[in-house]
Ligand binder design. Structure first.
Ligand SMILES: NC(=O)C1=CN([C@@H]2O[C@H](COP(=O)(O)OP(=O)(O)OC[C@H]3O[C@@H](n4cnc5c(N)ncnc54)[C@H](O)[C@@H]3O)[C@@H](O)[C@H]2O)[C@H](O)CC1
Ligand SMILES: [K+]
Length: 493
């Protein structure tokens, strides 16, 4: 897993690399700018595209000056630079790069406070005004310039971070920023990119390697970790010769009601396709025909038989479409504790009866989306606060909280948060959560720890959806398709 580090830690890594590589700071800036230009050229291969590079006078601006020079060197024949001289301070590397730029044919215009800003005629704006050095909200001339750029409605590509966005911490809903269609960021994504509020600031980001000392970055203390394909390969256990269905555990899914039987069937299907040796459904009897038709492999257990059969199960998933049968949840908490995934209606029951939180089996997995989370732990004005509560609750109660979103945050008992990067908006459809729950139960039943189960299930769930978008070209991905695509993904590992 890769560390997501704060802007202060990034500055330390910068300094450490300069001291130990060793490399001159202006050469590091050159490396960053080269990496940016490499990515930019993929996005805009046409050398005649007109580009306006807007620069501050710090190192983000220094990057902008180097980028303008490098683009011109690569044959981009319509590059213009604007420098926002809103402060007298400039960094040494900015000054060096300005001298270098003056030796090229690139047109440079400088703007002082209160200067009138000309119309932006270029097609693409590169935002190199402020980067990770941002230390207060944009006001005055900075705000005026950023609004001028936004109003021009051009394609905006931000260097490292969109001007005005903080790299970490609360993103206030009303704080002004540049809107960037693309962010080309250095070495690590910034933590704020994973918070839904960043959607008001940017569409997409990509990370480019600028050669900072990786061992130093990975050695830094980090509360947030990115789940990488390699982590999944390491955690995932391939099926062994001579193994049998008993080797892979018995999953019990307690779900479904008259009008929500589909949720139970999706959940069971996901368990089946995620490798549980056996899957049993505790659903209303009226759902049996549908279950047997769709997944004849799944067995059935009547509500009344649960106490007698409880010993057979290795992991329990409870909640999807449970509806009027939700009282079952409290009953299950009185039985012998088993690894458990609590979703949907069971989460709502927890919200209504908070004392049940204390009765959850240790290391249970909760899978709330935003509304379920707030019902459970109180309203949160920002995602930053919500994630903080998830960390506190996971730590205090020894739970794994899978807070679902575009980038799912997995809060684990040791206080850290794993960020899942797979998945896409085509998966924003009903039933997706039921599938995730079935996968989680299947991994628990196979003996994975709750942390491993959460990491594997979130990753593979999103990866199946990504494959369907990329390879099959689906614009919308239904949950049934994700289930059927799971074995191929498992085989890929
Ligand atoms: N290790 C790396 O990632 C590298 C990063 N590079 C680039 O450097 C910037 C960070 O540069 P820095 O000089 O520290 O700060 P900025 O250019 O972002 O800001 C300059 C300056 O502006 C002042 N300031 C902050 N907020 C405001 C505000 N709201 N209004 C007005 N003025 C403000 C403050 O004094 C700042 O110091 C990083 O993003 C990368 O682009 C290197 O080039 C390569 C290594
Ligand atoms: K920027």
């Amino acid at each position: 897993m890769k560390n997501v580090i704060s802007s202060a830690q990034m500055r330390d890594a910068d300094r450490h690399t300069i001291d130990t590589a060793p490399i001159a700071s202006v050469d590091l800036m050159e490396r960053a700018s080269l990496a940016f230009v490499g990515a930019f050229m993929q996005l805009y291969p046409d050398r005649h595209v007109s580009v306006l590079v807007c620069c501050g006078t710090g190192n983000n601006g220094g990057d902008g000056l180097a980028i303008a020079r490098l683009l011109q060197g690569h044959g981009y024949d319509a590059v213009t630079v604007w420098i926002a001289r809103f402060t007298e301070r400039e960094t040494d590397d900015f000054a060096t790069n300005l001298t270098r730029l003056h030796n090229t044919p690139v047109t440079v215009a400088e703007f002082l406070p209160a200067d009138e800003l000309p119309e932006i005629r270029q097609s693409v704006v590169i935002d190199a005004l402020l980067g990770s050095g941002l230390n207060k909200p944009l006001t005055g001339d900075w705000l005026r310039l950023v609004e001028h750029i936004n109003q021009a409605s051009k394609q905006v590509v931000a260097v490292d971070i969109p001007t005005g966005l903080r790299a970490n911490g609360i993103i206030p809903a009303t704080e002004p920023t540049i809107f960037a269609h693309e962010v080309i960021t250095f070495q690590r994504p910034k933590l704020s990119f994973f918070f839904p509020e960043s959607a008001q600031t940017m569409d997409r980001f990509q990370v480019v390697d600028i050669g900072l000392d990786e061992a130093f970055i990975e050695g830094a203390p980090a509360d947030f970790k990115l789940v990488e394909p390699e982590d999944i390969r390491l955690a995932y256990r391939k099926r062994k010769p001579f193994s049998h269905k008993g080797t892979y555990g018995h999953a019990l899914i307690i779900a479904g009601d008259t009008s929500t039987m589909g949720a139970a069937i999706l959940c069971c299907g996901a368990s089946l396709f995620s490798g549980a040796g056996l899957t049993t459904a505790c659903i209303p009897q009226e759902g049996l025909l549908a279950l047997n038709t769709r997944h004849p492999e799944v067995m059935y257990c009547a509500m009344a038989d649960l106490p007698d059969l409880w010993d057979r199960f290795d992991a329990i998933g409870i909640g999807p479409g449970l509806g009027r049968r939700v009282a079952l949840f409290e009953k299950c908490l009185a039985y012998e504790p088993k690894p458990m995934v609590i979703d949907a209606d069971a989460l709502t029951a927890l919200a209504h009866e908070q004392s049940l939180l204390d009765k959850l089996p240790a290391r249970s997995i909760l899978t709330p989306h935003m509304k379920e989370f707030d019902r459970l732990f109180g309203d949160h004005g920002t995602w930053w606060d919500r994630v903080r509560t998830a960390r506190e609750q996971a730590n205090a109660r020894g739970l794994v909280i899978v807070l679902k979103n575009r980038y799912t945050f997995i809060a684990i008992p040791d206080g850290r948060v794993l960020i899942n990067l797979t998945g896409n908006p085509a998966m924003a459809t009903g039933g997706m959560g039921d599938v995730l729950t079935g996968m989680l139960v299947a991994f628990l039943a196979q003996g994975y720890t709750p942390e491993e189960a959460a990491m594997l299930a979130c990753y593979l769930h999103g990866a199946a959806g990504d494959r369907l978008v990329a390879d099959v070209g689906m614009a919308v991905v239904p949950a049934t398709q994700v289930i059927e695509h799971l074995p191929a993904i498992n085989g890929m590992l």
